[in-house]
Structure formats: structure tokens, C-alpha cells
Design a protein around this ligand. Structure first.
Ligand code: ZN
Length: 203
């Protein structure tokens, strides 16, 4: 697994402003660390309210939802996120997938599916979650289900890591030629560096 020791804590209240670019819930969850590929790592889930803010950003909870859980739960959430990163990154790098990481997914999926009920509402059959909405860990369940559907779409050239910052994303563009998580952040940074090197070479 990625050595994740140099963690730079961010100020509280950064989640409402963080870019959400994964195109998939599980990838967005993995992207709650910035600069996976080179460090220094920026931890977006530094304190429990960050997790609550992130769930709101993902519309998994509304503004009034109370969430219980403390540092112990948050550190488990971060640990599982790092394992998910390890799976996806190893896949992208053609490295072997650790069986301990895969068994984590399978355990969590079993929990998730046992809490996903089919109900009949407004003349339609729909899925409903039966997990405890107040528990911080409950929300790992939809994340693991998203990850499973993503893994089962592989192989696909649409799963990528940004060549600048390492954030993971699902390239939904028609041509699937997207190189960076976002043109505004990494695309322009990369282009201005290329421009600088070109100018230096020609001078
Ligand atoms: Zn990027």
C-alpha cells in the first residue's frame, strides 16, 4: 500500500471548496487525499466534520442529518480509503492486487447488500438503504457498491489517474482522451510548465 505518512492537515472547512472530479462515488472518496502520486499528501478527511461535509457534497445526507462517530471511525474510514486506492492504483500500474484488499471489498459488499432492500413506492420497485443513517461508517456501503460497479467495467481506458496530481477519475468524455483531473487545475499547470520548458530550450 502507498506509504501515507507525510500527511499535511488542511484547515477545517476545505471540503465545501474541494474539487469533486472522480465521476464515480468511490473515486471521489479515494480523492479525499491530494497528491497521491508524489506527496506531500493533503488529507481532506482530517476531522469528523470533514466526513460529514463530504457526505453532504456527495448528497448522501442532507444538511439536517446528525452523524455519530469519532476519531476511531474516521481513522477506519481513512484506512479503507487507502486500501481502495491501493487496489485501483495497482490495477492501473499492472501490479498484483493484494488479496487482503480484495477481501475487504467482499466483506463490505456483503454488509452493503444485506442493507439494500427492494421496496415498492409510488407504483415502482426501488432500492432503499436500511442502514443506520446516524452512523459515520454506514456511508461506506454505497461507496463500496460504486467501487464494485466500477471494477466490473474494467478493463476500460476510461479509468485514469491525473498525470499531474494523481487523482483518479472516470473519463466520461466522448473521445476518452482526458489527461488531467481538471483543465482548470492540473491542465493549465502542466501546459504552463511545458511552455516554460519549450521557451527555455529555444532561448
Ligand atoms: Zn490533477
Amino acid at each position: 500500500m502507498q506509504n501515507h505518512t507525510r500527511v499535511e492537515q488542511l484547515n477545517p472547512n476545505h471540503i465545501p471548496d474541494m474539487p469533486i472530479i472522480g465521476g464515480n462515488l468511490a473515486l471521489d472518496f479515494i480523492n479525499t487525499v491530494e497528491h497521491w502520486n508524489m506527496g506531500p499528501y493533503k488529507e481532506y478527511l482530517a476531522i469528523v466534520p470533514d466526513w460529514v461535509d463530504w457526505l453532504k457534497r456527495q448528497q448522501l445526507i442532507d444538511n439536517n442529518q446528525k452523524i455519530s462517530g469519532g476519531e476511531k471511525e474516521l481513522s477506519l474510514i481513512r484506512k479503507q480509503r487507502n486500501q481502495l486506492y491501493s487496489i485501483v492504483k495497482n490495477y492501473l500500474d499492472n501490479q498484483s492486487i493484494h488479496s487482503s484488499d480484495l477481501s475487504l471489498i467482499n466483506q463490505r459488499l456483503q454488509d452493503a447488500y444485506s442493507n439494500r432492500l427492494t421496496v415498492f413506492e409510488n407504483e415502482r420497485f426501488i432500492y432503499k438503504w436500511s442502514y443506520d443513517p446516524e452512523k459515520a461508517l454506514s456511508y461506506l456501503q454505497p461507496i463500496f457498491i460504486s467501487l464494485k460497479s466500477l471494477l466490473h467495467k474494467l478493463p476500460s481506458k476510461r479509468l485514469k489517474a491525473c498525470s499531474e496530481c494523481g487523482w483518479l477519475f472516470w473519463d466520461n468524455t466522448r473521445s476518452s482522451t482526458k489527461k488531467w483531473c481538471d483543465m482548470k487545475f492540473c491542465g493549465s499547470r502542466s501546459k504552463s510548465r511545458e511552455h516554460y520548458h519549450r521557451k527555455k530550450k529555444n532561448s
